[in-house]
Design a binder for this molecule. Structure first.
Ligand SMILES: *[C@@H]1O[C@H](CO)[C@@H](O)[C@H](O)[C@H]1NC(C)=O
Length: 450
């Protein structure tokens, strides 16, 4: 059977990656890869039965999304640029140039890979929680910040301290090897919109021709990840500050809208923890308060790293103003069951994190396909988006722990390959779903997908 040239190209370009990812499944004739070959067959058949290949592919391709992207650069360019800046060996302009080049290259890669929902503001000079502290102007007094846009000196003093002031506390970012700077808040904290980074990154990508989904740490997760400043009375509740920070979130959202954003992503990973009723209630009231500011935008509330407990799921799927939910379906097997049993409110999007963001080695394609197929029945084809389980930032760390022989294979599959794997998966998945609907006896790829 004839294989259309575009698909043949795709198959061949994936061959070395597949070989690296699955060293024990080197042969194309291995039963594991038969679905792929079958899809290729069917493309040939479809071509001959008058489907024009390109429109067919573009119509059927499932939309894809990435939760976040590594920020250090393929050769750790950002790390070296930061160290040189901290040592006084290079200027702020030099640092900004390195950072802007890295962002541009990442956005371009994602765009070329055909990713539909591309994140912005997942870049950071330190971490995304500290960026949020800067956005909210929540600078502890000891850094003697006097207002205005927060500059490098204040930002890096909070992160690292200097000869005269200590840094803020650092703690682990959930169960990863990454850390974040813990916000220190008190009833006296005065919030103000003090870092326009989210908006400027959105505009920067747009100027490069890439319309992105700006990502913010959600307001409730921000407070739940904070700690009370020293000397604050025990009864003080961090969540009582919600009313003080929401006006700033509204300002940011308004600026993003004015800049042309049509989607926004709130990362609310604390929803995977076991939260108390009053904490869940804070989510409901925060999003109710933001609802009018968010109108006209599609709003994705993203969770990752674990299952979303049933109570949190209920709260999440009933939040006002939210139009899309993102889940880690690699670690969240119970979440998958919840989605199937409790469903997704009608008309809302499901961002299904089936591509493992932490493990670049493999994606169990057959399992991902059958999960996506199942979810399509829950939300409908046009509301299902294939996504990563978490930020791809986390896939880098894994490399250090691999044996040497494996590492040589790894050079072939950096996060770029993880991107390709996903686009390929989403193409494959949507094609399979389509093909499933077409009566073509004797050549059904799903026969081979358990
Ligand atoms: C240390 O950081 C504080 C707060 O940002 C700043 O006021 C001070 O000038 C810095 N000191 C030195 C030695 O850089």
């Amino acid at each position: 059977m004839m294989m259309p040239s575009c698909l043949r190209g795709t198959l061949l370009s994936f061959r070395p990656i597949l070989a690296a990812l699955y060293p024990h499944h080197g042969s194309w004739l291995d039963p594991k890869w038969r679905p792929l070959v079958r899809v290729a067959c069917l493309h040939g058949t479809a071509k001959h039965s008058q489907y024009t290949e390109t429109s067919w592919l573009s119509q059927r391709k499932m939309a894809s999304h990435i939760v976040g992207y590594p920020r250090m650069g393929p050769k750790r360019e950002l790390k070296f640029a930061l160290e040189s800046f901290w040592d006084g060996k290079s200027s702020a302009e030099d640092l900004e140039k390195v950072a802007a080049d890295l962002r541009a290259s990442i956005w371009k890669q994602m765009s070329e890979a055909g990713i539909k929902y591309i994140p912005s503001n997942t870049f950071s000079y330190y971490d995304q929680v500290l960026d949020t502290t800067a956005m909210l102007g929540a600078v502890p007094d000891r850094y003697s910040w006097t207002g205005g846009e927060i500059g490098y000196s204040t930002y890096f003093s909070m992160a690292r301290g200097n000869a005269t002031v200590p840094a803020m506390e650092m703690t682990k970012w959930f169960d990863t090897n990454y850390h974040f700077i813990v916000p220190e808040l008190s009833p006296a904290t005065k919030f103000s919109y003090a870092s326009h980074k989210a908006v400027s990154e959105y505009k920067e990508a747009k100027a490069l021709g890439v319309d992105t989904v700006p990502v913010l740490v959600g307001p409730v997760s921000y407070l739940l990840l904070s700690k009370a400043a020293k000397g604050v009375e025990k009864l003080f509740s961090l969540l009582s500050l919600l009313d003080s920070i929401l006006p700033i979130y509204k300002e940011v959202v308004a600026e993003l809208k004015a800049a042309g954003a049509s989607w926004i992503q709130f990362d609310e990973p604390t929803l995977v923890k076991d939260l108390a009723a009053h904490e869940l209630a804070a989510f409901s009231s925060a999003y109710a308060e933001l609802e009018s500011a968010l109108s006209g935008l599609n709003v994705l509330t993203e969770t990752y790293f674990a299952d979303v407990p049933a109570e949190s799921y209920k709260t999440l799927t009933s939040l006002s103003g939210v139009t899309a939910y993102g889940f880690d379906l690699v670690r969240g097997t119970k979440t998958l069951e919840l989605i199937k049993s409790a469903g997704i409110p009608s008309g809302k999007y499901l961002f299904a994190g089936v591509v493992d963001g932490r493990n670049i080695w493999a994606d169990d394609l057959a399992a991902s396909l059958s999960t996506l197929q199942c979810l399509e029945a829950v939300v409908g084809k046009d509301k299902l988006v294939v996504s990563t389980s978490c930020s791809l930032m986390l896939s880098r760390k894994k490399l250090a722990r691999l044996s040497r022989s494996k590492r040589s294979l790894t050079s072939m599959c950096s996060s770029t390959e993880s991107l390709r794997e996903m686009t390929w998966l989403s193409t494959l998945a949507s094609n399979c779903l389509v093909l499933h609907l077409l009566p073509m006896d004797g050549c059904n790829p799903m026969d081979h997908v358990a």
